[in-house]
Design a protein around this ligand. Structure first.
Ligand SMILES: [Mg+2]
Length: 103
């Protein structure tokens, strides 16, 4: 059944694109919540604003290794999600330090 035969291809593509936008927004929003949740566990720490990019990059590598170990050892999905959020948080910190650099 085709209610809009003349525009059906264009309409289908529009619906597909809009659906994909929704998937992206929801996934990023959920992941952002996970990232925030992980950072909020460490409010006792001084933060990353004065960390060197090198030290943050080293920590990023350690978190990537933790994520891979969790995947490889078939940890529960909550553990995988947490480790993925750790990776993203260190990448975010590197971007944040660069954003605040002058010049
Ligand atoms: Mg970790």
């Amino acid at each position: 059944m085709n209610y809009f035969p003349k525009f059906s291809k264009k309409l289908k593509e529009t619906v597909r694109v809009e659906h994909q936008k929704g998937v992206i927004k929801l996934s990023v929003e959920l992941f952002s919540w996970l990232m925030t949740n992980e950072l909020m566990k460490h409010l006792d720490r001084p933060g990353w604003k004065h960390e060197s990019v090198f030290s943050l990059f080293v920590r990023l590598g350690e978190e990537v290794a933790e994520l891979w170990e969790a995947i490889e050892t078939h940890q529960p999905k909550e553990v995988i999600e947490k480790e993925a959020a750790d990776v993203a948080n260190f990448a975010m910190m590197i971007a944040d330090v660069y954003r605040e650099k002058s010049g």
